[in-house]
Design a protein around this ligand. Structure first.
Ligand code: 6GU
Length: 222
């Protein structure tokens, strides 16, 4: 898979690609991720990318030209273009799974007060990561990139995402490591029993209990 991210602030995203699981996924060739500065595509002599909105109102609006040129230079028949905006479809694990099927994803990060409405015509999908406002789409683009890359074949052990929270509309069961007794807080006996059938049963019960207590809305979806 290839992911191209268009942003005015590539520096905000660089560190993310250089650490941990995403770094390893890139090194192993499971994904190729490129950052593109929208300003580099500006045809303005001063590399302007935004201007005042027609009709007045607050703030600057991203102009269509640099973003159209960037998308058109990167796009192929296999490309799927995502626009990050708080007005988009609220992201979830199902959307992450669906996006793992794409060969090439282009992500456009909005910034400032807004972007010219005509930019929307480039997008196959508009995505929001939740009901709150960020200063720009950069963090949101990393959220979706991270959630997609970790699902790609070979990136993490298969078993760990079969058991993911939300895979089955259930939250994960609790896990423990050493020591068995930490300041009087003990590891449940069943986990020390070596009885795998009982352990599986306990874990499933815990998943249901946790989900009922914390996210009853997920149980309704099951
Ligand atoms: Cl995609 N962008 C911005 N600016 N704010 C958001 C968002 C995106 N998703 C949630 N809040």
């Amino acid at each position: 898979m290839k992911i191209d991210i268009l942003t005015l602030f590539p520096g905000m995203l660089e560190g993310f690609l250089k650490e941990s699981i995403i770094k390893r996924a890139i090194e192993k060739g499971h994904v190729q991720i490129e950052l593109h500065n929208i300003r580099d595509y500006s045809k303005d002599p001063h590399k302007k990318v935004d201007d005042y909105g027609f009709g007045g109102g607050k703030g600057m609006v991203l102009m269509p030209q640099p973003i159209f040129d960037a998308v058109e230079s990167l796009r192929t028949e296999d490309s799927f273009v995502i626009l990050m905006t708080p007005q988009g479809k609220t992201y979830n694990q199902k959307m992450a799974y669906d996006l793992t099927k794409k060969k090439h994803i282009i992500i456009i990060c909005g910034h400032y007060e807004g972007f010219d409405e005509r930019i929307r015509t480039l997008a196959d999908l508009e995505v929001s990561i939740g009901d709150y406002i960020l200063t720009g789409g950069e963090l949101a683009s990393l959220v979706i990139t991270d959630s997609i890359v970790r699902l790609l074949d070979g990136v993490i052990q298969e078993e760990s995402h079969i058991q993911d929270s939300f895979h089955d509309h259930l939250l994960d069961y609790p896990v423990y490591t050493k020591p068995v007794d930490f300041r009087g807080l003990k590891v449940p006996d069943v986990l020390l029993s070596g009885h795998h059938k009982n352990i599986d049963l306990w874990r499933k019960e815990q998943q249901l209990k946790r989900t009922r207590e914390r996210r009853p809305d997920l149980l309704e979806k099951r």
